[in-house]
Design a protein around this ligand. Structure first.
Ligand code: 9Z3
Length: 354
């Protein structure tokens, strides 16, 4: 079966029209209730809260879904960054694609580092003279010595986060789940004003098939090519920045390109269009060791350290973050990205208090 897709730009949905015509996910109310409790608890404690979105959204082609389009993302950026935000004492709402990587457990992903490979079975010899009580198993499970230091570090951080209740997880699958959740969470985060940070690393579909035009059952093959006309997903960043967060929250979005020369101009276009604080440009093949932060020049937030740059439009500040994986293979670029954003967010909060 060959699939041909057509995109018609006239069919761009506004956010309002989108939410008036596309149904909310069934678990929305419950999800929002839990987010509200989480946000209120941390607002009371005076803690900053970050919403991290992570993983790719899908676009189902049928109501009884057999086929769907997917957006590329393993969830590494989001899951790794969430850990660094937790380390920086943020409470984290981790909104991720079901089954994509999660903070802490990402270190033991079944495909790259399966934990069963470094567990060992040790036979326990019964003590002399004891006949064994039959209650304790004759085996111990131990961790391969070379894996212990890392496991201890991950496990200690994981247990501390659990004890403090600073991580709340939400799940989406489709772009529709994502949009409804993002709007609802932003309403809950509004009570935090400038103490809220958005870190939008999820790879979000640009096109979708409205429910009203979806086939109920599996699309049948055998009739030649398949033509699907999709509508444009509303540009949600604009209402997010201007209305839902009332211009108070610090919003960071990601721009993914495969042509690196487009990173800075496309990031500038996004800032001009949506009016938020930072776009992080990353290209598919270099994303693990270089990204570019583009933001509107703002003396209060940039401080005097902002260096003039020859790249791009002078209305924007452009700063690259690069790491050298050959020198330090364990280094994660997210550590530096989060470190820089935490500093900028601090200045953003201080600039309103000044
Ligand atoms: C990103 O650019 C993320 O950094 C990646 C992370 C998806 C590249 P991984 O999870 O990958 O570490 O494997 N996210 C945003 C992608 C996106 O959909 N951006 C939109 C765009 O580029 C704007 S919201 O137009």
């Amino acid at each position: 079966m060959s699939v041909e897709t057509t995109v018609t730009t006239e069919s761009t949905f506004s956010a309002e029209r989108y939410f008036a015509t596309q149904p909310p996910p069934p678990s929305l109310e419950q999800d929002v209730l839990h987010v509200r409790q989480f946000v209120q608890r941390h607002a009371k404690a005076g803690r900053k809260v970050v919403l991290v979105t992570s993983g790719g959204t899908t676009v189902p082609l049928e109501l009884n879904v057999v086929r769907f389009l997917d957006n590329f993302s393993a969830g590494t950026r989001g899951a790794t960054s969430a850990e660094y935000f937790l380390k920086a004492d943020y409470a984290v709402i981790f909104m991720h694609r079901q089954f994509s990587l999660q903070p802490f457990s990402r270190h033991y992903s079944h495909s790259t580092h399966p934990f069963l490979d470094f567990l060992e079975i040790e036979k326990v010899e019964p003590e002399q003279g004891s006949s064994g009580d039959g209650a304790s198993p004759p085996y111990n499970i131990t961790v391969t010595p070379s894996e212990r230091p890392q496991l201890l570090e991950v496990l200690t951080a994981y247990k501390a986060v659990h004890k403090e209740g600073t991580l709340h997880t939400l799940t989406f699958v489709t772009v529709n789940d994502y949009l409804w959740l993002l709007r609802a969470v932003s309403h809950e985060l509004a009570i935090l004003g400038r103490n809220a940070l958005y870190y939008l690393a999820a790879a979000v579909s640009d096109f979708f098939l409205p429910r009203q035009r979806m086939s109920e059952h599996k699309i049948q093959s055998g009739k030649g090519s398949l033509h699907i006309e999709m509508d444009e997903v509303p540009k949600i960043l604009k209402p997010l920045a201007k209305e839902w967060t009332r211009g108070e929250a610090f919003i960071v979005s990601f721009k993914l390109e495969t042509d690196p020369t487009l990173l800075i101009p496309k990031s500038q276009v996004a800032l001009a269009r949506y009016g938020h604080q930072v776009v992080i440009g990353n290209d598919l093949h270099h994303r693990k060791f270089q990204v570019v932060l583009v933001s509107p020049r703002n003396k209060q937030v940039d401080g005097d350290t902002a260096q003039p740059t020859s790249e791009g439009d002078s209305k924007y500040r452009v700063s690259w973050i690069r790491i050298d994986l050959a020198k330090d293979p364990k280094k994660e670029i997210e550590e530096d990205i989060v470190g820089e954003l935490v500093r900028r967010h601090r200045r953003w909060i201080d600039s309103s208090e000044a």
